[in-house]
Write a protein that binds this ligand. Structure first.
Ligand code: PMP
Length: 404
């Protein structure tokens, strides 16, 4: 590279660095500066985190399927048979036989007419929402919905009406208020709230929404594979599987691969193939991810013990923390918050926990409201009872030591 070219790069860099300093200083002042930890090793209940061998209570590989021999074998075989890339977007050269097969299997798994894969849950939400609502419409959104729903609404340039978290009365009042003026109403809720582990009142929401001729998008990123008698997620748990208009789930959490999907009617699929920009203008999922997801989906049915063990581990942790006087409210699922409150104390507890061999991530604003910083604990199906008890007792120890 010429001296002149190098000089130009460094000049551009310095203007950017000035902006970065300005913004990052503000973030540091607010005590919310983040850095990435570096993990190593096979996805498992025990991994190396920042060079330290610890028990992992911070991931989303809830059912421990990401290292299942059949899932790994499917990914390996797919790479050999198809190569490592899909080689294009779905509408050009990237629509392989395996993508279509995955979607048919997802539809049959959820009992819907059709399904459509997206590259991530984030991309599903930012694609689907603007495909349905825009100016003159309303997105009705729970106040704690995931950032990807909020960003989808921004891209859609639609009006947004927010209702109080998990509150059916607030939902109904908001729906009644906005419905007469709106052309279309799309209701979006998370199934399982990712920072609190509580579950949306999906049955009531679906009923009232449909009574008002509104469409329901359920983001079941965390419920898929884990909740309901057969792991179909929050809608199954609520008894409304098949009634949700757009059931969104991810393939990168309990399914142990990567990607996301929406399940619903054949017309829904056709609509998104033709209008969801994050679907149209992006390369298709790699074959290894698709085939790994298909293998994992089969295992959800073949190995229900994983779901049962996850439940048992979460119940055990909840009770054990309870005996120490530590609440995990309002969680009823496999995401368990221990709210500490203050940012600095939460992050110090997280570091001390790591030193003692457990990784549960400290979460601060803006991921959660100010003053509610917490340890977010996500057990896995394959943690042992001793490991669960050890985590609970160590947290209790640390919280009793820490100055108030
Ligand atoms: N929705 C919710 C509720 C989530 O928690 C997440 C991921 N944390 C997403 C959507 C985005 O999914 P993905 O990671 O596949 O982009």
């Amino acid at each position: 590279m010429s001296r002149e070219a190098a000089h130009n790069i460094s000049n551009r860099g310095s203007a950017l660095d000035a902006v970065a300093d300005e913004i990052l200083d503000g973030i540091r002042d607010r005590g919310t500066y983040r850095r990435m930890r570096v993990l190593d090793g096979l996805q498992a209940p025990r991994m190396t985190v920042d060079g330290r061998d610890v028990l992992l209570f911070a991931g989303s590989n809830y059912l421990d399927l990401a290292r299942h021999p059949e899932v790994i074998e499917a990914a390996e075989r797919a790479s050999r048979e198809y190569g490592c890339a899909a080689g294009g977007s779905r509408l050009i050269t990237g629509n392989l036989v395996c993508h279509e097969a995955l979607e048919e299997e997802l539809a049959s798994f959820f009992g819907t007419e059709a399904a459509l894969a997206f590259n991530t849950g984030y991309m599903a939400n930012v694609g689907v929402i603007p495909a349905i609502v825009g100016a003159g419409d309303v997105l009705l959104s729970d106040e704690l919905n995931h950032a990807s729903i909020i960003d989808g609404a921004k891209l859609a340039r639609t009006d947004v009406a927010v209702f109080r978290h998990g509150d059916v009365d607030s939902f109904r009042e908001t729906l009644e208020r906005v419905r007469p003026k709106a052309r279309r109403v799309l209701v979006a809720v998370d199934g399982v709230y990712s920072m609190d582990g509580d579950v949306a009142p999906v049955a009531e929401i679906v009923k009232h929404a449909h009574d008002a001729d509104a469409i329901v998008l359920l983001d079941d990123a965390h419920g898929t594979g884990c909740l309901g008698a057969r792991g179909r997620g929050t809608a199954e748990l609520a008894g409304v599987l098949g009634e949700v208009d757009i059931l969104m789930g991810t393939l990168g959490k309990s399914i142990g691969s990567f990607g996301a999907f929406v399940a619903g009617s054949a017309k829904m699929r056709d609509l998104f193939v033709n209008t969801a920009r994050s679907f149209i203008f992006s390369c298709a999922l790699a074959p290894a991810q698709v085939q790994a997801a298909r293998a994992a989906l089969r295992l959800i049915d073949e190995e229900p013990w994983r779901r049962e063990r996850l439940d048992a581990n979460c119940d055990r942790l909840r009770k054990r923390l309870g005996t120490h006087g530590i609440s995990t409210d309002p969680s009823t699922t496999h995401i368990l918050p221990v709210v500490i409150g203050e940012n600095a104390k939460t992050m110090a507890t997280c570091e001390s926990l790591l030193e003692r061999g457990y990784y549960a991530q400290g979460i601060r604003h803006p991921s959660v409201p100010e003053g509610t910083a917490r340890l977010r604990i996500t057990p896995m199906a394959t943690h042992s009872e001793e490991e669960i008890d050890g985590l609970a007792d160590t947290i209790a120890d640390l919280l009793s030591e820490a100055p108030a």
